[in-house]
Design a protein around this ligand. Sequence first.
Ligand SMILES: Nc1ncnc2c1ncn2[C@@H]1O[C@H](COP(=O)(O)OP(=O)(O)OP(=O)(O)O)[C@@H](O)[C@H]1O
Ligand SMILES: [Mg+2]
Length: 259
Amino acid sequence: MSNILIETKNLTKRYGTFTAVDGLNLAVRAGEIYGFLGPNGSGKTTTIRMLTGLLDATEGEAFICGYNIASQASQAKSLLAYVPDQPKVYGKLSAREFLALIGALYRIPKEIAQERAEQLLDLFGLSERADDLLEGYSHGMRQKVVIAAALLHRPRVILLDEPTVGLDPASARLLKDVLQQMAAQGAAVFVSTHILEIAERMCRRVGILKNGRLIAEGSTDELRQLTGSQGESLEDIFLELTGTSETLEIIKSFEEGDV
Ligand SMILES: Nc1ncnc2c1ncn2[C@@H]1O[C@H](COP(=O)(O)OP(=O)(O)OP(=O)(O)O)[C@@H](O)[C@H]1O
Ligand SMILES: [Mg+2]
């Protein structure tokens, strides 16, 4: 049996004549944390939304645990969790009520859902505020509730879109530990981020997207070999591969008064 839990085949999204995601072929295995990098507007969110089934592909296919996200949506969706870039919650519910609702949506037996919810609230330091309405939560607190909700049904695949934005250092570290634990237990983790240090420390493999195309993929060591640059940071490699290092050169010479 294949242990590929996330797969895309020629996945493409067009808006009119503009191609946001261009023939993407990806495979992420059980136990793997895959970092999805790329400049603003390169197609990361669009890809993740297609993987969740929230956005239809124009061409190509996406599979979650072997289930086609378009034609076998309910099986695929029951196995995945999605943490969007903007934490959306029902403001008129408390954190506890929100988690109970998510538990019911995923048909988790009530007692089990309750027990897991309490564990997650405790883990994310939200227990004391768990009966407060979510509309009164800070951005980071909401983000933690959304992450807790994503973990509630023990997904085999978790897709996270810039999850550390708004999290304090301790919470970002906690998230990293939780994701590593999930991967160790056989889940596939797919995470977009602009924080290259996170990608470097957490991800076994990274893919770099530019203009909707995967321009490089591999471990950071492999990417180093690709750019022929021993000892360079992932940031240097990223800037080199995405062509943004030229922009930085221009800025530098501008600052130095050469332009
Ligand atoms: N509904 C839409 N209609 C038209 N164009 C869109 C739509 N949604 C996204 N795009 C375009 O698709 C491209 C990719 O957007 P996307 O949000 O996937 O980028 P991203 O890599 O997530 O960027 P960021 O790092 O800023 O989050 C952008 O050029 C964007 O303007
Ligand atoms: Mg995005």
